[in-house]
Ligand binder design. Structure first.
Ligand code: GAR
Length: 212
């Protein structure tokens, strides 16, 4: 049951998700990095025509760093605590991405609010994944929010990023049922199985929409 796909929309064929040119990705992550690894795995298996040029992580203890090392993907630690303002922090992020000639940015569990600084450098080219069916349950603790609201289904969303938190053009969503005995952890685990699918297709969709 846990591995089932309940509903992903839009549902696209391999051909529809095929990218002509290899896309240079920059990934930002703050935590475990399972979405980061899902992207890397899709690339290695030929399901996504892209290359992760660099991973930026902001938490020195983030598990994502171990994953990147194992996958031989370059990493840069930018600790937000070392910057006086969000703008200065984002400026540093942009610098790293530009040095690595990144074309598209993916926020894969990035737990910081971004500024215009990043969006000016990458207009309509920043992608985020969020563990709810947006526009429901924006912000932090989206999984807990869905349990508190006693809704019967939730899921995840991949969308383009704009200045407002968890808004911007929705690219793809997956639905996940909530079971009566779910805890935040059990539900999040089930959502993440779907996240690892839609993050990959969401990147392809975003690139195709802009390039087409
Ligand atoms: C994911 O569930 C992602 O949707 C969420 O953080 C998790 C990161 O997991 N992002 C947000 O809540 C952003 N608002 P991961 O580190 O295993 O990829």
């Amino acid at each position: 049951m846990t591995n089932s796909t309940y509903l992903i929309s839009p549902s696209l064929t391999k051909e529809q998700l095929q990218l002509e040119n290899t896309v240079r990705l920059g990934v930002m992550a703050s935590g475990s990095g399972s979405n980061f690894e899902a992207i890397a795995q899709a690339i290695n298996e030929g399901r996504l025509n892209a290359k992760i040029e660099v991973l930026i992580y902001n938490n020195p203890n983030a598990k994502v760093k171990e994953r990147a090392d194992r996958l031989n993907i370059p990493t840069v630690l930018l600790n937000h605590k070392d910057y006086k303002t969000r703008k200065a922090f984002d400026k540093a992020i942009v610098k790293v991405f530009q040095t690595h000639q990144v074309q598209w940015v993916v926020m894969a569990g990035w737990m910081r609010i971004i500024t215009q600084e990043l969006l000016n450098a990458y207009p309509q080219k920043v992608i985020n994944i969020h563990p709810s069916i947006l526009p429901s349950f924006k912000g932090i603790n989206a999984v807990e929010q869905s349990l508190e609201a006693k809704v019967k289904v939730t899921g995840c969303t991949v969308h383009l990023v704009d200045l407002e938190v968890d808004s911007g053009l929705i690219l793809i969503q997956a639905v996940v049922p909530i079971f009566p005995d779910d805890t935040a952890d059990s539900l999040h685990d089930r959502i993440q199985i779907q996240e690892h699918r839609i993050i990959v297709d969401g990147i392809a969709l975003a690139v195709k929409k802009v390039d087409s």
